[in-house]
Ligand binder design. Structure first.
Ligand code: SF4
Ligand code: SF4
Length: 440
């Protein structure tokens, strides 16, 4: 039985639009736009110039610092631009643009020796993940090489995140149903490399088909332990998943390794399995395309770098002018100003809504009901954080643990005053960091 956590909410999960839609491979686009920053850490440096011919899977950008991940061509073709382009983070980022020749001519890569799977070392696995450009595919996009290296001799528990608690998103659910064997293979490789004995996989109880498939695969893998988790948002947040599976609490401001845990997402496990077994670099991503403005919601296997305008077209296009387009889920996703941005490594969903579905209004008055305190899974007091943030009271924000806020959006969701609290906290963190930088 899973351990519970205080707070959280039960929004309508809206997963029925796509949870039974099998993953469909989207035709490759005419052009891909590959930003040099698709991960946490320093941006990459391009290895190619305009006019170069590149092959599918060829490394086209190298990491410029230890915390980074290289980028690979997701089509074969010709480099037509190396210039700043709009990025899903709202800025312009240096990008390599490749005109597809539709040949899919592959760059030659080498698989790991099969005879050594059983005793793969953490160093070997970290190097394979680095060379394949693998980052955390649950959205965080932290380089997997660094995650594995920093877990050596520090962790006793591996947890695979199959919670997928954000409404609408079903890409991990479909991966577990259709590629469960690869999920468990990648997880087992991480487990062996770190000298661990068990793979713990946490899946929310609303994903019955995925639970059934993973259980079936696990029949021949006694080292896999399945944890059926309560369906409650934000069950998939790293700290809450660890609490649910192990009962351990990650102290404020610390990483999972502080309690001996390494977390990996199911899509990352699939990428690890393919990189080890076939030498395949990360060039595709499964993306849920859904929301009230999407004509034919579905799960698509998309080349990284595909413009989202084309991804939306592949899902039947827009039914009406969208009020809002979001990268990621409705709770933690990032609203987009343009649909000219590309799918990046961490993209797990594109949502488009045709009417004002969030509850924000202009008045935004706090009635001191305390509901935000009741749902905050990090035991914060959002109403006071909001007050301090509005007044730029940075000392009070620090004392009241602003930086423990995981930006889950539970407080905004529940607030009857319709105050966009999470937006205020994001902005306050940015202002605080600016202020600290200025002080230096
Ligand atoms: S939920 Fe909204 S209205 Fe209620 S106390 Fe919190 S901020 Fe104020
Ligand atoms: S967004 Fe931050 S303050 Fe609001 S409920 Fe989530 S963790 Fe708590």
């Amino acid at each position: 039985m899973a351990f519970g956590f205080k707070g959280g909410i039960h929004p309508d999960d809206k997963k029925s639009f796509t949870e039974r839609r099998t993953i469909e491979e989207m035709p490759a686009p005419k052009q891909v736009i590959l930003p040099m920053s698709m991960h946490i850490g320093a941006p990459c440096s391009p290895l190619v110039k305009v006019g170069d011919r590149v092959l599918l899977g060829q490394k086209i950008a190298e990491a410029a610092s230890p915390v980074s991940a290289p980028v690979h061509a997701s089509v074969s073709g010709t480099v037509v631009a190396v210039e700043p382009r709009p990025h899903p983070n709202g800025t312009k980022v240096m990008s390599v643009v490749i005109e597809n020749d539709f040949e899919d001519e592959k760059f030659l890569t080498t698989a790991y020796e099969e005879t050594r799977f059983a005793d793969i070392s953490a160093t070997a696995l970290a190097d394979i993940c680095y060379n394949a450009g693998i980052v955390g595919l649950g959205g965080a996009a932290f380089p997997t090489k660094i995650k594995i290296e920093s877990a050596v001799d520090k962790v006793d528990t591996l947890i695979i995140n199959g919670a997928e608690c954000e409404p609408y998103i079903t890409s991990d659910n479909r991966l577990m149903i259709e590629h469960g064997e690869e999920v468990l293979d990648g997880a087992s490789l991480v487990m062996r490399s770190l000298g661990l004995k068990t793979v713990h996989i946490g899946i929310e109880s609303n994903k019955k088909e995925a639970i059934g498939r993973i259980k079936k695969y696990a029949e021949s893998m006694p080292h896999v332990k399945i944890h059926v988790l309560h369906t409650k948002y934000p069950q998939g947040s790293e700290k809450h998943l660890i609490k649910a599976v192990t009962g351990r609490e990650v102290p404020p401001g610390q990483l999972p390794s502080a309690v001996g845990v390494i977390n990996t997402n199911v899509a990352t496990c699939v990428a690890i399995s393919r990189a080890v077994r076939y030498g395949t670099p990360l060039t595709t991503k499964v993306v849920t395309v859904s929301g009230s403005a999407i004509a034919n919601p579905k799960n698509l296997l998309v080349r990284i770098g595909t413009p989202i305008s084309e991804v939306i077209e592949c899902a039947g296009g827009l039914k009406a002018d969208p009020y809002k387009v979001i990268f990621g889920g409705p709770m933690m996703g990032v609203a987009q100003h343009t649909i000219d941005v590309p799918i990046i490594k961490g993209t797990n969903a594109i949502l488009a809504f045709c009417e004002k579905e969030d509850k924000i209004d202009e008045a935004q008055t706090c009635i001191h009901c305390g509901k935000c305190v009741g749902v905050c899974p990090m035991n914060l007091e959002p109403l006071y954080l909001n007050m301090y943030a509005k007044r730029n009271m940075f000392e009070e924000l620090e004392q009241n643990r602003l930086f423990d806020c995981i930006e889950c959006g539970c407080c905004s969701y529940i607030c009857p005053g319709r105050i966009h609290l999470v937006h205020t906290f994001r902005t306050a963190k940015a202002r605080y960091n600016e202020m600290k930088k200025g002080a230096k």
